[in-house]
Design a protein around this ligand. Structure first.
Ligand code: 5GP
Length: 190
């Protein structure tokens, strides 16, 4: 997506060879017009597939996910990151490791917001090693629901997540695919 790539080049900050900061338009301050375009792009790609809910992981996936759910005209469900695990019959929970914070979270959802007939689109801001997507997939499939696809705003293609999800056969659609962040330079895949 050209608009997104241009913004990444103009405003993104390379922290090191593995981390890109996009705080001025995605993660801290949010560019709502960009989010609207992102929502349109994801909904055009994933439309006509019987999607019943959009899922994201709190908190930085919420902005692109809410615009996508608006365009697809289905609810958005936010998977919560809880520090402690809970023994509760009314929730599904699974552990994920945070890429940026080196913390393990318990990804949590109330059973009220998922059922076995659901066809779910997962949206997230970044794809690195795929931990967040793996956790979301596990929760969805444990509930007997179907993962229709995974929409990623920025994929770091040099990390493991993309290959892992491709090998399992999931349809991953990334709007910007970064080949390298080496030496402070952002390079996209062709
Ligand atoms: P994964 O779960 O795929 O290993 O990592 C994805 C999650 O980690 C995303 O939800 C995002 O919040 C965070 N993340 C991973 N890499 C980056 C990065 O380079 N920059 C930012 N801002 N967040 C990242």
């Amino acid at each position: 997506m050209k608009l997104l790539e241009d913004m990444i080049l103009e405003k993104g900050k390379v922290i090191d060879d593995n981390i890109l900061k996009v705080n001025s338009f995605i993660n801290h301050q949010v560019d709502s017009k960009l989010m609207k375009e992102i929502g349109l792009e994801f909904s055009n790609y994933f439309k006509n597939r019987g999607i019943t809910r959009v899922f994201t992981i709190e908190s930085s996936g919420i902005a692109p996910a809410v615009m996508t759910s608006y365009e697809l005209d289905v609810p958005l469900v936010i998977l919560k990151k809880q520090i402690s695990s809970t023994l509760d019959d009314d929730i599904y929970q699974t552990k994920i490791k945070s890429f940026t914070k080196n913390i393990t979270y318990n990804l949590t959802i109330s059973k009220d917001y998922i059922n076995s007939n659901d066809r779910i689109l997962i949206i997230d801001d970044f794809l690195a090693n795929g931990e967040a997507s793996k956790g979301a997939i596990k929760i969805i499939e444990n509930a007997g629901a179907t993962v229709v696809g995974i929409g990623i705003v920025i994929e770091k293609s040099f990390q493991n997540g993309r290959n892992y999800l491709d090998n399992l056969g999931y349809d991953v659609y990334s709007l910007a695919r970064i080949k390298s962040l080496k030496n402070g330079k952002i390079e996209f895949l062709d």
